[in-house]
Design a protein around this ligand. Structure first.
Ligand SMILES: CC(C)(COP(=O)(O)OP(=O)(O)OC[C@H]1O[C@@H](n2cnc3c(N)ncnc32)[C@H](O)[C@@H]1OP(=O)(O)O)[C@@H](O)C(=O)NCCC(=O)NCCS
Length: 202
């Protein structure tokens, strides 16, 4: 057996051990972090929504069967995240459950949105960490690349414009935008659509 054959055998043996006992691969990582690792390394790249969503549910993410977390989303602490019926979470969005993240019914979260569930006290000598809760109520609409900071509630039917930085609660049926987000105008309460986006792939 030459050197490269030996290396290949050693690699195959490591891979087979990892498949039989994935935890042996990362022995010092706690369970929640390990679940995040699996979700963000493998599950979020599965191009079959039903399979992907079943695995998110297995990981403790409480998402309704009518909702879709599209590919390439980044999830932190799945077990602290709840997503109601008829929601769409666009690709490359970060869903941060380090505090709690609660999304109501019929909510559209566009692609590349950031929800942030944790932070560190700026003046703390120990960089003390804090977690907060983010709530997005029914029929809200979050535009692309919006960022939602901890302890913010986006009210029912509110609309967050693309690229907004939301650092305060948004009242129901209000359109906000900018950095930090400010009211642009009221949003109509006449909402007649129901979101449903679970194609066999993507
Ligand atoms: C906010 C938005 C919905 C437009 O709403 P609208 O009521 O038609 O707003 P208008 O274009 O008439 O603009 C109204 C004001 O808001 C401002 N505005 C519009 N979009 C803005 C944004 N993303 N951020 C900050 N201000 C914005 C405009 O400059 C204008 O300000 P002014 O009155 O001082 O000139 C749109 O700009 C947007 O951000 N859409 C989200 C796109 C997206 O993310 N798509 C993916 C969804 S799946």
């Amino acid at each position: 057996m030459n050197e490269s054959e030996g290396l290949l055998r050693a690699l195959l043996s490591k891979a087979s051990t990892a498949l039989r006992n994935p935890r042996a691969f990362l022995p010092n990582v706690d369970d929640a972090l390990f679940v995040d690792y699996l979700l963000n390394t493998f599950v979020n790249k599965i191009p079959l929504p039903q399979v992907r969503m079943a695995l998110y549910r297995q990981a403790g993410l409480n998402v309704d069967v009518t909702s879709n977390i599209m590919m390439y989303c980044f999830v932190l602490e799945a077990r602290n995240i709840t997503i109601g019926p008829n929601c769409i979470i666009g690709p490359f969005t970060t869903l941060d459950g380090r505090g709690t993240l609660t999304i109501g019914r019929n909510v559209n979260v566009a692609g590349q949105v950031l929800t942030i569930g944790g932070h560190h006290l700026v003046d703390s000598p120990t960089a003390e960490g804090l977690v907060g809760k983010v709530v997005i109520e029914d029929n809200a609409w979050i535009g692309m690349r919006a960022t939602i900071l901890p302890d913010v509630t986006i009210g029912e039917g509110a609309y967050v414009a693309a690229a907004a930085l939301v650092n305060r609660d948004v009242p129901p049926y209000t359109l906000v935008g900018g950095v930090p987000a400010k009211k642009i105008r009221d949003r109509s309460r006449d909402i007649a659509y129901t979101l449903h986006h679970l194609p066999p792939w993507i």
